[in-house]
Ligand binder design. Structure first.
Ligand code: NI
Ligand code: MN
Length: 226
């Protein structure tokens, strides 16, 4: 599979059979995104939690592409109310085997609400997403803080790529994210959710320096094949 980083927490994955997945499609309001929301073509949209910098263009992209949204049940219900046709709701700890592979929603220590017309909409619990396809395992941590049970994921899964937020303020900072990576024991750990806004400016080498041979910075627009 090919995994491309589009800035902030946005990832796209293309599988050998051509199936396209998009994680946390915050694109049109994302000052560092290398793609345009209206140009995106995808089959599935996976969303970690309900904050606007993760939900992003979920509704518009889902409708235009007739894509399936995979997320926690409350986010799927929100999408259905917005006339998205295809959703698949999961909850924390649950897995489902899709035609392209297996998706598990994992714990994340964070919050999840979506502000719309001055009201805060409950979007369920925040999550991480574990994707298993073509014999590879990818973990998108969402906006989690570091917590000790991440070690259980490291015990249960051989993670090839772990995408961890390092921006601080809203999530882990680089040092805590490096500690989380040590709990998860992935083959490669990639920092995300930094340098998008003033509040989350970070030097990603503060993360990779703690993880020799494992930490890897992806440039925006860069693709890794695993
Ligand atoms: Ni968030
Ligand atoms: Mn965020």
């Amino acid at each position: 599979m090919k995994v491309t980083y589009h800035g902030h927490s946005v990832l796209s994955v293309v599988l050998e059979d051509g199936t396209r997945l998009l994680f946390d499609p915050f694109i049109s309001e994302n000052p560092v995104a290398d793609i345009k929301a209206e140009d995106v073509e995808t089959d599935y949209i996976l969303v970690t939690h309900g904050h606007s910098d993760h939900v992003g263009d979920m509704i518009e992209i889902a409708k235009k592409n007739e894509a399936t949204i995979i997320s926690i049940v409350e986010i799927c219900q929100y999408a259905e109310k917005k006339q998205v046709q295809k959703t698949h709701g999961l909850n924390i700890g649950g897995v489902f085997d899709f035609p392209f592979g297996r998706v598990k929603l994992t714990h994340a220590q964070h919050s999840s609400g979506y502000e719309e017309n001055g009201e805060m909409i409950y979007m369920g619990e925040p999550a991480g997403i574990l994707l298993q396809a073509e014999g590879k395992t990818i973990y998108h941590a969402g906006d989690t803080a570091d917590f000790s049970d991440l070690a259980l994921l490291g015990e249960d899964y051989q993670i090839d790529l772990a995408f961890l937020p390092i921006g601080d303020n809203f999530t882990m900072g680089p040092k805590e994210a490096a500690r989380a990576a040590k709990r998860l024991k992935p083959k490669q750990a990639i920092p995300i959710h930094y340098n998008t806004f003033e509040l989350i400016q970070q030097d990603p080498t503060d993360f990779t320096r703690e993880l020799p041979g494992v930490g890897r910075i992806m440039e925006i627009g860069e693709t890794i094949e695993v």
